[in-house]
Design a protein around this ligand. Sequence first.
Ligand code: HEC
Ligand code: HEC
Length: 275
Amino acid sequence: MAEDPAVPTQSDKRWRRWTIIAVLAFLALGAVLGFLVLPNFQRENAQLGLWTAMCRALGVESGSPAYRQPTSSARASPVSRVEWGPDILRLLDQGEPAQGARIAAQTCVVCHGEGGVSATPDLPSLNGQAAAAIYKQLDDYRSGARTHPLMTPVAQKLQSVDLANVAAYFGAAALPRQGLGPRDQAADPSIVRLASEGDSARHIPSCNSCHVNGAGGPIETPILTGQDHQYLQRQLLAFRTGGRKNDVYRRMRAIASALTDKEIEQLPRYYQGVR
Ligand code: HEC
Ligand code: HEC
């Protein structure tokens, strides 16, 4: 009797059954691997719960199962990594001016001038600056919180102890601020008032409350008195545009954004002591 090709034979049926079993087994293996074994393995690396890892594998929860996701604050670029804890304050306190003088002679004075007294408006003077301000700015250049094509590579070659040593050498306690014009020369009275009293209507605090006499401001507040006005003006403009953003709590960005162009030009002249 000739076989009817439309009627499956016994061996056809067996083949079909085995094919179905093989496909199901394959799917089951894939599911076990994909949703149980792999998430479990990744969960150990990423320290996630098995359930979370499985949900992520299924795509019902966000995140790659393979790596722990950074929190949003860790993802943003740091404002500064300098935190004034006891270790860093001790380091600053133990800074050795003689060691700092050696580094300064080798590295810094070509740009910042002999004794830190700058000869050009492109470069800030360092003599008589607050030691904590010098330390923080150098560490910010090192970490990338503040960037500049000339300063970044210089700072990146220094160790924390070097920063403390140069800060001790140039710092206000060791090298007085000289060769620089005095503040408080006759200036536009509205500028003097802004510097000494601020402007409550625009939520601008008095500049002097932080920058002069120190006491009211954060420890890293730089001394402005006598600094070149073009340098100070450039910094205010950089704070205003956000080109410089290493000020903790955005203090200076907020203040600079509230100032007029004229004030950004005049306040630095007042602090340098030029008209
Ligand atoms: C190649 C030139 C160059 C050298 C070398 C150099 N600096 Fe600078 N430094 C600059 C410039 C330019 C700036 C201003 C950068 C800016 O506008 O951000 C600056 C800024 C700084 C500031 C920030 C000051 C402030 O009040 O904002 C500090 C602190 C500083 N330098 C310290 C040092 C020390 C310490 C050394 C030596 C270890 C050094 N620099 C070597 C060019 C240099
Ligand atoms: C609440 C305290 C505070 C007040 C008020 C304040 N500043 Fe500042 N200022 C700071 C601190 C802190 C820094 C250093 C920021 C950083 O960490 O880089 C700074 C930095 C600056 C710089 C950069 C100096 C340098 O050497 O790099 C300028 C310029 C400046 N301030 C000007 C002003 C003027 C002008 C005013 C008033 C309109 C003012 N500030 C009010 C705290 C203050």
